[in-house]
Design a protein around this ligand. Sequence first.
Ligand code: NOJ
Length: 553
Amino acid sequence: MGDNFLREHAVYQIYPISFADGNGDGKGDLKGVISKLDYLENLGIKIIWLSPIYVSPMFDFGYDIEDYYNINPMFGTMEDFDLLMEETKKRGIRVVMDLVVNHTSDHHKWFKEALSNPESPYRDYYVFKKGKKDEKGRELPPNNWQSCFTGSAWEKVEGEDNMYYLHLFTKYQPDLNWHNEKVLEEVEKIICFWMDKGVYGFRCDVISEIYKESYEDGKKRKIGDPVGSEHYVATQGNHDILKRIRKDVIEPRGGILIGECGGGITPEDGIKYLQDELDTFFQFDTQLCYKNGLSSKISMKKFKKILIEWQTKVDYNGNYFENHDQHRSTNKYVHGKHTDIGAKMILTMLFTLRGVPFIYMGQEVGARDYPKGLPLEECSDCVTHSVYKLARDKFHAPKAFSMMMARKNGRDDARAPMAFDQSEGYGFSALGVKPWQRYNPYSETYNYEAEKDDPHSIVNYFKKVNQLREGNQILIDGKIDFLDTDDKILNYVRVLNHEGYMVILNLTDKKVKYPYGFERIEKEHVLANYDDEAKFLRPYEARVYKINKKEEK
Ligand code: NOJ
């Protein structure tokens, strides 16, 4: 699998509410996106992915869709969308939409109808089940499944006897019933509607979890996998549905599908997804290998092992370090004080690994998490609040600890408004406008205007790595082989037709010795995040050399 255009270009993710405010209400919108297309073109971006812009109550910031066929008035109108399609086309940029079909919003007319009239055909669009009773006659949900966002995955239906509906995320996001052929038909209709408007394809939200194979109690209790997930992650039914969608509506229109495949999928599942279902996908293993359960920092030792496994087993990964659900890579993967160099090392890895590089808005300028986080009352993410509540109410944890856990799991940091320049609104919004979420003080330093004329800036480094990969068949198609080094170094070669690149990355903030000796590499230095060369690798040093295959080892 793998559409050529997607293989050849990085994808730039836009989180619309925080990208650019075109109408001065403090929230990003489609007019704002249009106003920044020259910026994106100048960065060399060829594909953008828009997080959901459909009508939504925004409880989960658009990942709760009320109407799949209309634009959220907060983001503009269908005319704005059509203009976006025209303007992107002029610049040779393709647009990927987010497709959220594991669940809808509870405001969706299908769900409202399902609730108000149990006899309606829409009842079977969702998963309604009778609860159980324990030996004392007390009511229990239909099974022990947990929501990915804490608590039971079942919500009791008010006014009905012992009846529940399933929600793998919040109770405002009821799960669709993918056993119902009608649901598939509706989703195919939605896909066609947007593809006929010219979109290139879809990033499919939690797509590995849509088909529930059984409703038995869950047994697995692995960190990161909610109870019950063995009954719905990467099921055969899920594979069959994706094959069907691909064949029915994606292939005939020349579109693409990018899967968000959570729930602990294995590389073997990933291989299947790439056969005739998805063009590429995101796994979560490389995001979840924290130093320990309390830390929000990644253990680079664990990361290296997991990354090599995915890179070696799976043909074309969707590689990413950041998105709207994660902390900034400079906070999560880079430890210590060398964060600018670290940001460049991460970018080097992202653009030289095998697979599609996904970049999240702001990553190109080295955006950071808020220095001290946001106070709870300023956090808008539902996960931040549910984790805090769980820690306080269920575990009676002290406030500071609860806040620490909420901040680790919460997603407010990466959702700060973008910083393009040094004006009062950082080019996100106009002077005097209060942004929907507080500006990050780091915007002062990490913004395009401040960096554009500095040859050493992160954004100029970003342009170089992006440029290096553009049209570069070795980096696009070349195989990847990892050299044996200790945990502190990641060393690989990308080779195609006897030509290749050697990439050497110091994954730590310490000085380390490179075991093979640089003098052994018959090299042409292509890219590095330090100006000069040293005999050892400095903190987060990244070097890329052009090599001939015989010098590979
Ligand atoms: C994954 C999305 O990236 C996240 O933002 C959302 O909350 C969940 N899926 C539920 O839709």
